[in-house]
Design a protein around this ligand. Sequence first.
Ligand SMILES: [Ca+2]
Ligand SMILES: [Ca+2]
Ligand SMILES: [Ca+2]
Ligand SMILES: [Ca+2]
Length: 359
Amino acid sequence: MMKRIETLGLGLFCMASVMTGCAGGEKQADTEGAQCIFEKYERYLVEPRSYVAYRTEGALKIDGKLDEASWQKAKDTEAFEDISGEGFAEPKYKTTAKMLWDDDFLYVGAVLEEPNIIAKLYQRDTIIYYDNDFEVFIDPDTDGHNYFEIEVNANNVLFDLILDKPYRVGGDFLLQWDCPGIKSAIHIDGTLNNPKDTDNFWSVEMAIPRQALTLSFNNLLKAGNTWRINFSRVEWLKKPEENWVWNATGRIDMHMPDRWGYLHFSDNKVGTEETAMVYPHDMEIYKLMWAMFYAQQDYKNENGKFASLNELPGLSAEMKQKVAMESTPNTYQIRAEVPAEGKVYILNHEGHFKKEDKK
Ligand SMILES: [Ca+2]
Ligand SMILES: [Ca+2]
Ligand SMILES: [Ca+2]
Ligand SMILES: [Ca+2]
């Protein structure tokens, strides 16, 4: 769920960094007077955070306490930030997450600082974010469609679903999906539903089975793979709610899988040799394609149809050489060759991303 979208005054935020392809007067001129596409959509193009997950050392007891040696050795993610990203207030309370894996499970641990731990919902698949909650979003094959969402409150009540595609392109959800075989637990350092004292934190421990995240026969939970994942924490300080996330999406909408973090799986045991992060895509070309996606969304809102490559504002001649686009008023497909991989990247009007072998 979480069908919450806010429109930001994009012009209000002066970003200091200059992104590739927009620097200098000459290149500005290339975009024929229009604001360079990388500048205009900068808040949706900030490089996501990444995390390398290592194999567990021995079994984890799913009891909400992250006191096993494996958890102790696993690194915390960066502290969560406001979902809207740069220019928005730091979260009032700290949140971090950690990940581990073995052949059967992805493990997620999170610690949520909280002076007043409250949870009123007790039934699975009620709208859990009406309570303060912790949320996990997973797109194992990184195609931006068919992804998983699992939310939990401090009562350890789950709200879990599969989405066919993001709401921004007309997506629907299957709430009847109850993550098969999931184990989850909460530890409370403080008192639950007693506001008279001051609590410290609640922690979440989840074991998410690889089989629950396997849509075809293709098991993606293996060393060397890189997924998209994000975490969100909904906190009711007042109305509307706060949304504190690992990776800012750039606006109040978690359903932007292109804005989630990168999770890479190392074959090494946690606490042993470190593995370098591996990104699954050529990041420059990927960024250009998504900039075009956001530009097309705006163009359609303003003009009632998608643009052709020449109509799309903010592209330099150099950028146009890197991509091809077929478009009709209601559809488009962007294609870009990535010779180093021998692949063609394809992104369509529904935000579906795939790679094909170059013919
Ligand atoms: Ca534990
Ligand atoms: Ca997917
Ligand atoms: Ca469900
Ligand atoms: Ca309390």
